[in-house]
Design a binder for this molecule. Structure first.
Ligand code: ADP
Length: 199
């Protein structure tokens, strides 16, 4: 398989949008235009064939457990080689690499705060979207940053995730270019939380 960071790539997003999901479930906000560009997906983020997946990394960017470990395993060893050249990443910042063996073209590595720090968590989401703008990416999947080993309260984190992404889609110059944001949750509890908060 060719390593991917290429430009001639057609993202295949066959995941329903929130408008379709909410509509099917008689949801509240399927008429919201932003709902046609947002999806809630349960599963392994490493399987998504889109422009970029976000990694909840640590300051070293050299790999770890949780979603970070899964992404490094699926991308293969060259991901770590590229990450090592980045000389780490500050909490709240994000850095882009290729996706290598992943079906995603890019990985946006961001470092969430431990335990608390709303501003830093907000910054993780907005820095990833700024990287999307810099690289011309139009589909991005986020895991629930900081809510695993880093212990950030899940509901507070979900609210910050949704608010920050909504603000970017609605108000940033590049926001209208974004075709799809996928909130890729892994736990049933997070799925329930996002289902409640997305409307
Ligand atoms: P952090 O250190 O930022 O808390 P973790 O990886 O421990 O990062 O957890 C972040 C979130 O990622 C958690 O909700 C966890 O359940 C989820 N997660 C773990 N593996 C995957 C995966 N393969 N795909 C998507 N999400 C995952």
């Amino acid at each position: 398989k060719q390593y991917s960071c290429g430009e001639n790539y057609t993202p295949i997003v066959d995941i329903p949008t929130w408008a379709q999901q909410a509509g099917a479930a008689k949801g509240l906000n399927d008429g919201d235009p932003l709902a046609r560009r947002v999806s809630l997906h349960v599963g392994d983020i490493t399987k998504l064939e889109i422009d970029a997946i976000v990694n909840a990394a640590n300051n070293s960017l050299l790999g770890g457990g949780g979603v970070d470990g899964a992404i490094h395993r699926a991308a293969g060893p060259l991901l770590k080689v590229e990450c090592a050249q980045l000389k780490g990443c500050e909490t709240g910042d994000a850095k882009a690499t290729c996706g290598y063996k992943l079906p995603a073209r890019y990985v946006l590595h961001t470092v969430g705060p431990m335990g608390s720090g709303d501003e830093a968590l907000r910054s993780c989401y907005s820095r990833c979207l700024e990287l999307a703008r810099q690289h011309g990416l139009t589909s991005v999947a986020f895991p629930c940053i900081s809510t695993g080993v880093y212990g950030f309260p899940a509901e507070r984190a979900a609210k910050i995730a949704l608010e920050t992404v909504r603000d970017f889609l609605a108000n940033d110059k590049y926001g209208e270019k974004i075709e799809r944001i996928i909130f890729c949750v892994f736990l049933d509890a997070d799925y329930r939380l996002y289902t409640q908060l997305l409307p």
